[in-house]
Write a protein that binds this ligand. Sequence first.
Ligand code: HEM
Length: 127
Amino acid sequence: MYYRYGDTDFWSAVVNDFHEKIRSDPLLRRYFCRRSQAEVQMINFAILKAGLGLVDSGYEDVVKYAHQSRGIRKEHLDRFFICLKSALDQANVLPEDAETIIANLSNYSSLLIDETSSEGVEEDEES
Ligand code: HEM
């Protein structure tokens, strides 16, 4: 699927747009404001590749370790996927391909969500 849409330039544009969207989302932005834009973009590029099924070995461990105790809840993940879907739609990725990408990423859900996190959403809270 990666090369069906062009190459790195195409997916970089998707990643940039995705990044804009998560940075403007009131629920997500506090998670992504600390690292530099370049770092977040590298991370997001790797996420997109994982969605495309191009996963490096050990990626699951990296994902698990990076999100431990961050208080990520299902609503964060849902918003994250809404941002991604919208970036994919805007780049004219076919709906069935977008679905595959998000389905692949959903496999990581249990590694991201913090079951111990309390209910209630606090926007812009410092953690
Ligand atoms: C399937 C979805 C996701 C995948 C595959 C994923 C994967 C990753 C990876 C690979 C890293 C980099 C780890 C490193 O370089 O050490 C990372 C970092 C990070 N992710 Fe995610 N992520 C996902 C969703 C989310 C969501 C929904 C949030 C929060 C709402 C989030 C918050 C973060 C944060 C805050 C970091 C930076 C960690 C740090 O500073 O060390 N991620 N993610």
